[in-house]
Write a protein that binds this ligand. Sequence first.
Ligand SMILES: Cc1ncc(COP(=O)(O)O)c(C=O)c1O
Length: 135
Amino acid sequence: MSAVHALQSPKKKKKKKRCLIFILFDYVTKRTGLIVKGIPVEFPISSPEIITEQILKAVTSKTKLVFIDHITSPTALIFPVKEIVFKPQQKGIYCFVDGAHAPGGISLDIEDKGAAYYTGNCHKWMCIPKGKFYT
Ligand SMILES: Cc1ncc(COP(=O)(O)O)c(C=O)c1O
């Protein structure tokens, strides 16, 4: 048994791959003391209005930034971005849209969405090396 073990390469601890967004959130919260509040979007979802309602319900006078995906990764839900960003931005709360999956999934008019910030990486759908993004 021990001879077999000796021939095996040492078990490498698998590093859990973390999405860059969460690394960024950690960085910002540590530096600024801001709190990131995740808003679960509950199923079943029968209309885009339900998503808008669930997200806007969580926006309070303490909210500084609303950060949403345009198309979610695990569920491929297309968020009604235009409707979600409208109210908060009228109150001066900027919205940031992560469009990582949008260019590959839908036709996209970024300006039409009206978000203060809209960006996405290019390695998912444009076959470009990591580190490049569009905005
Ligand atoms: C919506 C969205 N944004 C950002 C990312 C981050 O991708 P990466 O960490 O590969 O840049 C993902 C990953 O799947 C994603 O689904």
